[in-house]
Design a protein around this ligand. Structure first.
Ligand code: ATP
Ligand code: MG
Length: 250
């Protein structure tokens, strides 16, 4: 694909940083892909949703790649499929990692992680960071529901060029996708609808400088100094679930 993967654009030095509008466009394209799979007559659970598997064409239309782990969804009265745990650490839903019970809501969780990556420009798991900052979800979660603190997790490469309301809506959506309880997570069709609204609202198109300059604080404080996880969680960043690099883990 001409523009490579979302991972390249978000985390590698070199390419132009992605604008807010492009990030939303990519999120919409990827959400549409998952939504299509989940709502197909025979449901497909993608299972390996992550930035490196979102490929971009010349116009930043997103395409999902690597269907190697995709799995047929539950049929009949079944609520889930039981399966060997595979996927990628940092993106896989906690209940799936813990029990092997796979539902479409596992993909919704992974989508929430990628949405956070789009907002923050940080990787799901980053071993070069210290403590809670190694795990994006643990680090960012406390800031997602707080309008006044959200800027602290926003990607500094955006240089404040994003609509505050739009960012807050996206952060709230990410937070819902990342709910510990799978049933509480929205369906991908709902996620898609919310993101599409974000793209069409005036608020997304017109992000006047003045609007966010009132609140945007150019000093990107490390939330670590403000917040410590109660569990002081230091997640293992090993690709424990990577189907390539390590044995499949139950
Ligand atoms: N058709 C393609 N066009 C452009 N870049 C691609 C294409 N296919 C893969 N890539 C990029 O090449 C790199 C390696 O991809 P690969 O799928 O082998 O590994 P991965 O996505 O990091 O992990 P996984 O094996 O779990 O999918 C990634 O950065 C990926 O985004
Ligand atoms: Mg891949």
């Amino acid at each position: 694909m001409p523009k490579g993967s979302l991972e390249n654009h978000l985390f590698r030095r070199g390419p132009q940083p992605l604008s807010w509008a492009t990030r939303i466009k990519v999120a919409i394209g990827a959400a549409r892909g998952l939504s299509f799979l989940h709502d197909a007559e025979e449901q497909v659970i993608y299972r390996d949703f992550k930035a490196s598997n979102i490929l971009l064409d010349a116009d930043f239309n997103a395409k999902l790649s690597d269907f190697g782990l995709a799995k047929a969804g539950p049929t009949g009265d079944r609520t889930h499929v039981s399966t060997q745990v595979m996927g990628t650490h940092g993106y896989a839903a906690p209940e799936y990692v813990a029990t092997g019970r796979l539902t479409a809501k596992s993909d919704v969780y992974s989508f929430g992680v990628v949405l956070l990556e789009l907002l923050s420009g940080r990787r799901a798991v980053d071993k070069t960071k210290v403590g809670v900052e190694q795990n994006l979800v643990d680090w960012a979660r406390p800031y997602l529901g707080d309008k006044r603190k959200l800027f602290r997790i926003m990607d500094t490469k955006l240089e404040g060029q994003y609509p505050q309301k739009g960012a807050y809506t996206a952060a709230t959506l990410a937070s819902q996708c990342l709910s510990t309880e799978p049933k509480v997570r929205p369906r991908m069709a709902e996620v898609l609808a919310t993101l599409e609204q974000l793209q069409t609202t005036k608020n997304a198109a017109k992000h006047s400088q003045t609007e966010h300059q009132t609140v945007f604080d150019p000093v990107h404080k490390s939330p670590l100094s403000q917040h410590r996880s109660p569990r002081n969680l230091t997640p293992s960043a090993s690709p424990l679930l990577s189907h390539r690099q390590s044995p499949r883990v139950r």
